[in-house]
Write a protein that binds this ligand. Structure first.
Ligand SMILES: NC(=O)c1ccc[n+]([C@@H]2O[C@H](COP(=O)([O-])OP(=O)(O)OC[C@H]3O[C@@H](n4cnc5c(N)ncnc54)[C@H](O)[C@@H]3O)[C@@H](O)[C@H]2O)c1
Length: 467
């Protein structure tokens, strides 16, 4: 197949390399013939093999071409100009794909004039290493075009997920509340390293959300948050005020030396290591762990009765316990990860008068569980991050943007999450997630926690099936 790649920034160069490695004939183009030649040289210097050539302009490149992928600047006016030239010079069967991260595929289809042959192919950075490609289907994209695009992604040895054109597509949309909640936790007094250590330890994410934001740049995140808020018109997408202050101060993350972390004085890895308690050798009798959801009068009484006879540790992320926890009871949230390792959040909240009895550490040593201390906030840290992410994933599926399987595959491949959000949902149960979101909505009074109706219906379905 003859493929044309337009725009030789890091994305276009990587995509060209991947196409050539898969055996396609590749013609690369940039804004000028000279830039095109320079781009080709960089692609070769990056180790590209296969049938690659530079064309002087897009019209020349299009002769006999089957597919064109554009990866030029993220600017709608520039993309529209390019698409008009492609429409004039391309053949009647040319498949046209945009690598845009944030622009409307529907709008591009209209600018191109034959929207049935245009879609988005959203590669991740770097395209040579990242296995996921989001296939963005516009309202007027033809089925045959989708089939051709899926076959093309398959020929590259990559995994395609299908997403209806909608702001932020799948991965960047579903992860949005993860970033918001991480920042809100900061605004509620939790240290950045604690948030990230829980995301890694409890959820198995390879990097915590705040470290990730520092890595990508807070200005980029802020801009995409503004877009999400504008496009969805839903206050749940509004950016967190503190990030605006950091961006205005030029503290945009790792490249600037400071963002949520001060990378010069204590880089994220060191800060994370400081806040995590590693388990010691088992030593002495362990306490009894009692896993409970929200406090009810019966559960409180039961816990007090058990605590009168032995050391008891409550396992729950429901902040309602802060008011009713018997004084001699320890409080943790024990997470069992996809790889079966355990990790604990230990509730310690001097403001709320919640201390950690000595036997809690003995229990954690006995379980071999690393742990982090967290205040008594609704959902604590781990479940709050995980369930808000699940809620966004449920909204994406409910509105028909993508299927649950594709959402799971996307998060596993693009973010290296060990479990997709629907796997988390299945293991926690829809009722648990729904109730946790409702209690966060009550506690915070913020539309961010409004549960997707899909979760409510699934919770009802679970209850009916159990009857
Ligand atoms: N960088 C990422 O992490 C990432 C990830 C996924 C998708 N994307 C998307 O991929 C696209 C490219 O991203 P990038 O980071 O490689 O961009 P970039 O801005 O680094 O590079 C763009 C390239 O396009 C060339 N160009 C600009 N206008 C042109 C025109 N009219 N004709 C031909 N060439 C032109 C520029 O000279 C430059 O070489 C954007 O749409 C971006 O949103 C980027």
């Amino acid at each position: 197949m003859i493929a044309v790649v337009v725009g030789l920034g890091p994305m276009g160069r990587g995509i060209a390399q991947v196409l050539a490695a898969a055996g396609h004939t590749v013609r690369v183009v940039d804004a000028t013939a000279e830039l095109g030649r320079a781009g080709l040289e960089r692609i070769r210097a990056d180790g590209a093999t296969g049938d690659l050539d530079a064309a002087a302009d897009v019209e020349t490149a299009l002769a006999g071409a089957d597919v064109l992928i554009e990866a030029i600047v993220e600017d709608m006016a520039a993309k529209r100009d390019l698409l008009a030239r492609v429409a004039a010079a391309g053949g009647p069967d040319l498949l046209v794909a945009s690598n845009t991260s944030s622009l409307s595929v529907n709008e591009m289809g209209r600018a191109f004039g034959a929207p049935e042959r245009l879609l988005g192919l959203h590669f991740f950075n770097p395209p040579t290493r990242m296995r996921l490609v989001e296939v963005i289907v516009g309202a007027a994209t033809g089925e045959a075009t989708v089939r051709r695009a899926l076959a093309l992604v398959d020929s590259l040895g990559k995994t395609a997920v299908v997403c209806r054109d909608s702001p932020n597509f799948i991965v960047n949309r579903v992860c949005r509340p993860l970033y918001y909640e991480a920042q809100l936790l900061l605004a509620q007094g939790v240290e950045a390293a604690v948030v990230d250590a829980v995301a890694r330890g409890a959820l198995g994410h390879p990097m915590g959300p705040l470290q990730l934001l520092d890595f990508t740049g807070l200005h980029t995140h802020l801009a995409s948050s503004e877009t999400a808020l504008r496009e969805f018109g839903d206050p749940r997408y509004r950016p967190i005020p503190q990030v605006r202050g950091l961006v205005r101060a030029g503290l945009t993350g790792k490249a600037a030396g400071r963002g949520f972390y001060d990378h010069a004085t204590e880089p994220p890895r060191e800060a994370n290591a400081r806040v995590v308690r590693r388990p010691g050798p088992p030593n002495g009798p362990a306490a009894r762990v009692v896993a409970l959801g929200a406090p009810t009068p019966q559960r409180v009484a039961e816990l007090a009765r058990l605590a009168a006879r032995q050391n008891v540790v409550l396992d729950s992320s429901d902040a309602g316990w802060a008011e009713v926890l018997p004084p001699e009871v320890g409080w943790i949230r024990l997470h069992r990860r996809a790889d079966d390792a355990v990790f604990a959040e230990v509730v310690e909240d001097p403001v709320a008068g919640i201390a950690v009895p000595g036997f809690v550490n003995r229990l954690l040593d006995h379980l071999g569980a690393p742990s982090v201390r967290v205040p008594a906030l609704p959902g604590l840290v781990g479940d709050r991050l995980a369930y808000c992410l699940v809620n966004e994933a449920a909204a994406v599926v409910e509105e028909g943007t993508a299927t649950a399987d594709d959402v799971d595959a996307a998060l596993r491949l693009a973010m290296n999450h060990p479990r997709g959000p629907f796997e988390t949902l299945r293991s926690a149960g829809a009722a648990t997630v729904y109730e946790a979101l409702r209690s966060m909505a009550d506690a915070f009074g913020d539309p961010r926690y409004r549960p997707a109706q899909l979760l409510r219906r699934q919770a009802i379905g679970e209850a009916r099936a159990a009857r």
